[in-house]
Design a protein around this ligand. Sequence first.
Ligand code: GLN
Length: 552
Amino acid sequence: MICNSKFIFVTGGVLSSLGKGLASAAIGALLESRGLSVTIQKLDPYINVDPGTMNPFQHGEVFVTDDGTETDLDLGHYERFTHAKLGRDNNYTSGKIYHAVITKERRGDYLGGTVQVIPHITDEIKSSILRVADKVDIVIVEIGGTIGDIESLPFLEAIRQFKADVGKENVLYIHLTLVPYVGTAGELKTKPTQHSVKELRSIGIQPDILLCRTDRYLSQEIKRKIALFCNVGVEEVITAKDVECIYEVPLVFHNEGLDDRIVDILHIWTRAPRLEAWEQLIQRYKTPRHDVTIAIVGKYVDLTESYKSLNEALYHGGIANEARVQLKFVDSETITPQNCAELLTPADGILVPGGFGSRGIEGKICAAEFAREKKIPYFGICLGMQIAVIEFARHAAGMPDAHSSEFDPQTPHPVIYLMKEWLDEKTGTVQHRDVNSDKGGTMRLGAYPCNLSPDTIALRAYGMQKISERHRHRYEFNNTYAEKLQNAGLVISGTSPSGDLVEIIELREHPWYLGCQFHPEFKSRPMNPHPLFKSFIAAAVRQASARPRGTG
Ligand code: GLN
């Protein structure tokens, strides 16, 4: 098979959460810094067709790409670390693979044949990998799960076969393992790594490079031991040391010689890496001039993974303002009008993120009211914007029963509702929604255009009138109430080009109060912070400097 790309497969062993996604993203960044073009794909062994319907407690955030695919949160890392344009072909699950094969079987594509894991499922996996290839120099493919899981076997078999298909000089296997420091023995232990590599070799994959996650640098002696037992060169044993800031990972890998080894093994000639921008970023991150605290009022507060992109976007906004951003997660279910002030103090900014379901809604409304009245910068994202509209309708526009029909279908004032019919300006089709619509894949998803109004926080932040942002929601601002809310002081500062859909609202008599129907966090990058996050953190910095001493 002739293919213009080379392939790096990243697997993980010993245990999950070692940072395989980050490692893949950092490898992408390093290769880009040497002038190569990359794309990154995630293959997830679970059966869900996409993660859109999974509980964020289990799975973490659902990341949305421009083309409206609901994907694994690792794609967020890939986009933040590289310039790769990701979409539907960059994330495959077992469910999606099987769905494709079963659809073909029903259509009669395999008439007469027995449809099997090998070769039908493995062939489908290999075609899915090839779908993102050819247009880039390097395709990095991360295999979800941990070596030894039953469900990842078809993926591992497919990537094993892949080497024979495209030629051994075009394929590289990287395996991420753990080298724990055992306090009682006073030493680093290599056995888990040896076992994990043994398991990988038993299914026919000999890793070329080992990334060893550890809390300290591996000595040459330890590296030699790992190399001997795992059948790799000493140079191919890389310390993946814990870091304070995730954007240090490419630098740590580079110092360990990872990118040199990769280009060497894949027989690629490149320029020397240019990592100045990463170095400057870390420098800025580590020497802040201000400190701000942002209260995130949400439901999945126990698990910061649920708000991965959001947290990163806030840090990016911090780096842009030379501010250290402290996040204070407040469980909206615990907020009442009585304890609101106490729970949200000291916060220099309050953020209500996206969410689904009625749990904790009243607490979020309290937080929005507190921010509006006490003039604390407020940023409402998706559900957070809807909350701001409900709060304003109730307490500033004389509609005490206002609500979203998502949470109270009987409300006399559904200021947020399910728009029955709307023009999808992306596809040019009229979309229909009702309460019986399927839960999967019936949302307004992906990039939609938005026009900004003059003399608004939004326009000042973006510095341009036409923008495009990513969506993931079903409910919309109800235009029936637009006039009434505007007369009471609500500003509609962004709409769809036709004017039908309200995309941004804000308040004037307030230092910074803005809600957007889209998810700006998905497009923020460390080197290119999102304008709304940059502007919000700037407002929080002003708020913090105006705060009387000793109150935080
Ligand atoms: N639940 C709301 C809706 O469906 C908001 C969704 C979100 O915040 N992503 O419109």
